[in-house]
Design a protein around this ligand. Structure first.
Ligand SMILES: [Zn+2]
Length: 344
């Protein structure tokens, strides 16, 4: 028996490592014949007495057939590709579009705990990462103010702007991905641009993007089903991250707790928000897991309206296996939080 396996192995993988047995022996096996009869084409040439199998037309054609066979598995021109995502939501989208495409690596330029990139300044480490990357996936719409500097630093870098062509709302609000429709459009844009930049792997990107978009569409449908019937739709959010989300589900953002994220509200701003909550009988106050909820807690104490957390998915796990589903998981959690807060 071991002898049979050795012969089987030798037939399967000739010295070209072309696996040409698959072209000959495997069909023979399927037709009920002897699988050991099929081998590499240069062996066949040798056996049939046309030369020694290492020279002449037969061997050349065998070699080119082997090459064609190999090309089927490993597309030519498919050099390794380094894709950088500017920040977490772009990282999640890019990871989903790339999936397990061979030779393509996706990393996040900024640490997955950084959050939104409002006023972010590139570090020396970021510059190094940019210099080694082929493609930078950005949200655009003013989120990455450092792009020009990055391009100057690394002129060969190709920029894929995920939010390109998506109409902005509330002035220049860059939080496009927080709305489900915006996220879907961004994934499609990333896939389309990656297909153009890397045609050898276009099929992978298209297939992966289609599968992810289906998941996002199912999530969007579930969220509409749960939120469309809610009566009181006034909410107050932490920073200006939710206009696209509110537009998607017909919610009214009547106030924002911290107009500049990270800079605490003034006493006057706080008093205005407290008045607003009382006058409009706002049922829900939302802070974000990325920022301390200190101001929100003061408003909660003053008004009795409970603070909940809404996640704009700007932070999350780094490991690709967990990061891939981070948007879907966070949005399902947001749905639970909203349903609970708006029904109270
Ligand atoms: Zn933001």
């Amino acid at each position: 028996m071991p002898g049979y396996f050795m012969r089987f192995f030798r037939k399967s993988f000739c010295r070209h490592m072309c696996g040409a047995w698959l072209l000959n022996g495997f069909p023979a096996l399927l037709q009920g014949g002897n699988p050991l009869k099929g081998g590499c084409l240069d062996r066949i040439a040798s056996v049939s007495g046309r030369g020694d199998g290492r020279s002449g037309r037969s061997w050349k054609s065998a070699r080119s057939l082997c090459a064609i066979f190999l090309l089927g598995f490993f597309p030519t021109g498919a050099q390794s590709l380094e894709i950088l995502a500017s920040f977490y939501p772009m990282y999640v989208s890019a990871l989903n579009v790339v999936g397990d495409t061979p030779g393509v690596k996706v990393t996040c330029l900024t640490e997955p705990f950084v959050g939104c990139l409002h006023d972010y300044a590139l570090t020396a480490g970021d510059m190094k990462k940019l210099a080694g990357a082929d493609i930078l996936v950005t949200n655009g719409a003013g989120m990455e103010t450092f792009v020009d500097k990055a391009v100057k630093q690394s002129p060969v870098l190709r920029i894929i702007e995920a939010g390109k062509g998506i109409p902005q709302i509330s002035g220049d609000n860059p939080h496009v991905w927080v709305g489900l429709s915006g996220a879907i459009q961004q994934v499609k844009n990333i896939a389309r641009e990656l297909e153009a930049a890397d045609p050898a792997r276009a099929e992978h990107y298209r297939k992966n993007a289609d599968a992810y978009v289906k998941k996002l569409e199912a999530l969007r449908a579930d969220m509409h089903a749960a939120l469309d019937g809610v009566k009181n739709r006034d909410i107050i959010t932490f920073h200006e991250a939710f206009p696209y989300f509110a537009q998607e589900f017909g919610l009214n953002i009547v106030g924002v707790i911290e107009r500049e994220p990270g800079s605490e509200s003034t006493a006057r701003e706080m008093a205005e928000t407290i008045d607003l909550v009382r006058q409009r009988k706002v049922p829900a106050l939302f802070a974000e897991p990325q920022y301390p909820a200190k101001s929100a807690r003061v408003i909660e104490r003053e008004t009795g309206v409970v603070v909940s957390l809404l996640d704009p998915v700007v932070t999350g796990p780094r490991e690709p296996s967990a990061a891939r589903d981070a948007y879907l998981v966070a949005m399902r959690k947001n749905l639970d939080v909203l349903r609970k807060a708006l029904s109270e």
